[in-house]
Design a protein. Structure first.
Lengths: 113, 111
């Protein structure tokens, strides 16, 4: 079955430190992959998406993600975290059959000063 | 340009009641999808509407139904509410295909 795994429920990083959030997916066809961010009480904001082409994708707010087919991964990175990045991050795969996004359980990012 | 708007923002209902949630898609978007996000979980797909028809449906009971209007806005109806229906309900819109823009959601509490 199609699924998305985000192994880390919580991650705490110091402000200014680098960040990597992990995402692994299980999907038989070529995946369309997404990262969303959700602040408390808010909806989902799209950070970046991968459809095809260059496996390193740039997004908003200084985030990037790298698609690695051999590892079925789509990890999110940021070189220097700001306190305002504290939020919950969701990785998702788009299933063309079903026209739906399948989400991971999310990773809560805490930023300490 | 307004994004996806949802109303109401919060709602409290009693078990057994019925509820209607509303969504206006981003301008130019004709496809609306609904997701349920329980506390501490990722969103789960409920269904998708396109051209006023339910195009796809997730693993939700028939108590969950929807509608799309000619102006592409949409409603989500839930009958016979259960405590487990308490969640954040998210609407997403797109010009077909994968949903790219989400609203801020409606927080439903069932007591």
């Amino acid at each position: 079955a199609q699924s998305v795994t985000q192994p880390d429920i919580h991650i705490t990083v110091s402000e200014g430190a680098s960040l990597e959030l992990r995402c692994n997916y299980s999907y038989g066809a070529t995946p369309y992959l997404f990262w969303y961010v959700q602040s408390p009480g808010q909806g989902l904001q799209l950070l970046l998406k991968y459809f095809s082409g260059d496996t390193l994708v740039q997004g908003i707010k200084g985030f990037e993600a790298e698609f690695k087919r051999s590892q079925s991964s789509f990890n999110l990175r940021k070189p220097s975290v700001h306190w305002s990045d504290a939020a919950e991050y969701f990785c998702a795969v788009y299933m063309e059959y079903g026209n739906k996004l399948v989400f991971g359980a999310g990773t809560i990012l805490r930023v300490k000063s | 340009d307004a994004g996806v708007t949802q109303s109401p923002t919060h709602l409290i209902k009693t078990r057994g009641q019925q509820v209607t949630l509303r969504c206006s898609p981003k301008s130019g978007h004709d496809t609306v999808s609904w997701y349920q996000q329980a506390l501490g979980q990722g969103p789960q797909f409920i269904f998708q509407y396109y051209e006023e028809e339910e195009r796809q449906r997730g693993n939700f009971p028939d108590r969950f139904s929807g509608h799309q209007f000619p102006n592409y806005s949409s409603e989500l109806n839930v009958n016979a509410l259960l405590l487990g229906d308490s969640a954040l309900y998210l609407c997403a819109s797109s010009p077909g295909g994968s949903p790219l823009h989400f609203g801020n959601g409606t927080r439903l509490t069932v007591t």
